[in-house]
Design a protein around this ligand. Sequence first.
Ligand SMILES: [Zn+2]
Ligand SMILES: [Zn+2]
Length: 345
Amino acid sequence: MILKAMVLKEVGRIELEELPEPEPGPNEVVVKVAYCGVCMTDIHIYNGSFPAKTPIILGHECSGIVSNIGKEVKQVEIGDHVAINPLISCGYCRYCLNGKAHLCENALAVGGAGKTIVNGAYAEYVKVPEKNVIKFDENVPLKYAALTEPLACAIHGIELAEIGLGDRVAIIGAGPMGLILTHLAVYKGASQVIVLDLKDERLEAARLMGASDIINPGKCSPEEVIKEITDNELVDIVIEAVGAPETVQDAFKYVKRGGRILIFGVSPRDALVNFSPFNIYFNELKIVGSYALTPDSFLKSAKLISKGRINFDHIITETYPLERLNEAIRKAEKGEGLKKLIKVH
Ligand SMILES: [Zn+2]
Ligand SMILES: [Zn+2]
């Protein structure tokens, strides 16, 4: 059997190719890909700012139907609707044993960013270990199931942000992840979710996702506005969801004494930020990073999606066929629209 795949041949060049269909190992399953979300990670790898060995098939936010299973597979059957957790952990390193599988020393990333990347889901079929799929009822749209991974990353971040009832939260960046984080911050009981972005249409989407206040820093002094709308207190938690040193630095202006800053956005590897250690000491600030997803956040994400608790309709703006992946990546790079899905089957 032959499958079509969009293969990253080298930095900046993705081409349609025909390859043999993957054969599952004893504990692996092959998934006929339904949808795969386009993520900023794809763009970092495509541009070479995140190094990857080529040729490689990217795509790590995926749903589909199981089409083949290995001999030892027990929990999954052919025909099951599934989403894929693209982070394959080894299960025996000190991080895995410590419940931090996402920091696994021997991790493999299916089509996404990681030390070792294996072929992902911009293809008709993708192969993963049985333990990396989660089943969905057939009545859950596969379009939404494809976003189990990004939602799981946001859940992991929100849990690290430790939002309490009544807290004030500021979210810098209203891209697809910033919008999902907005939704979750509302669920966590924040009294105010203040969203900042330079694009008004993204701020409108943030409103629809439950933002209490929206700020375009291109049109005002965000620090002044945040003071005004928080009785001069500033916010308990700032979530940086842009991935730029400038916006990380801005976070220090919006956080109140005793507050937290969550670094969620992926800054360039070599970026540096100036900060005052005295400020962190004197104001007892907590700076927390959030990387990828955990098996637990993946499970929680699937539960929320299964029950229709996440409104993705304001986030998914376009769907493209597999052959038009290059176009979807170029638009994502320019920040046009929001979440792009590749519909494979
Ligand atoms: Zn992603
Ligand atoms: Zn491990």
